[in-house]
Design a binder for this molecule. Structure first.
Ligand code: FES
Length: 137
């Protein structure tokens, strides 16, 4: 059995949404101390909708595939849905990851949450890891 699914290989070889957003509304950077991988997510948000998402990932194939898939999953979605994105959803969308690589998908979830937290803080919205209530002031 192949170690990586075709979807993982596709998103690793042809990652979607690589890059930065200069005037991002939210930026989230996370790292994993054990493997040393770093992921940075940029979000452009208009009227509570994520109109663009980009990433820079310095890491393994699974981290790059997870960033690529995660940004695809949240683009065009409301902030509340993006906040509800779990690493498990990223793993499913990639048709699975090997067990030792699950933490790479966790990095994607954390980076998105951090970017959303940044957006909330900049816009005076109360942030909770699990829910999103209220409009920016
Ligand atoms: Fe750590 Fe992939 S090995 S993010």
């Amino acid at each position: 059995m192949a170690l990586y699914s075709e979807k993982v290989m596709d998103h690793f070889r042809n990652p979607r949404n690589v890059g930065i957003i200069e005037d991002a509304d939210g930026i989230g950077e996370v790292g994993n101390a054990k493997c040393g991988d770093i992921m940075k997510i940029y979000l452009k948000i208009e009227n509570e909708i994520i109109v663009d998402a980009k990433f820079e990932t310095f890491g393994c194939a699974s981290a790059i595939a997870s960033s690529s898939m995660a940004t695809e999953l949240i683009k065009g979605k409301p902030v509340s849905e993006a906040l509800a994105l779990t690493n498990q959803a990223v793993v499913w969308a990639l048709d699975g990851l090997p067990a030792p690589k699950i933490h790479c998908s966790v990095l994607a979830e954390e980076a998105i949450k951090k970017a959303l937290q940044d957006y909330c803080e900049k816009n005076g919205v109360e942030y909770s890891h699990n829910s999103y209530e209220g409009q920016p002031s």
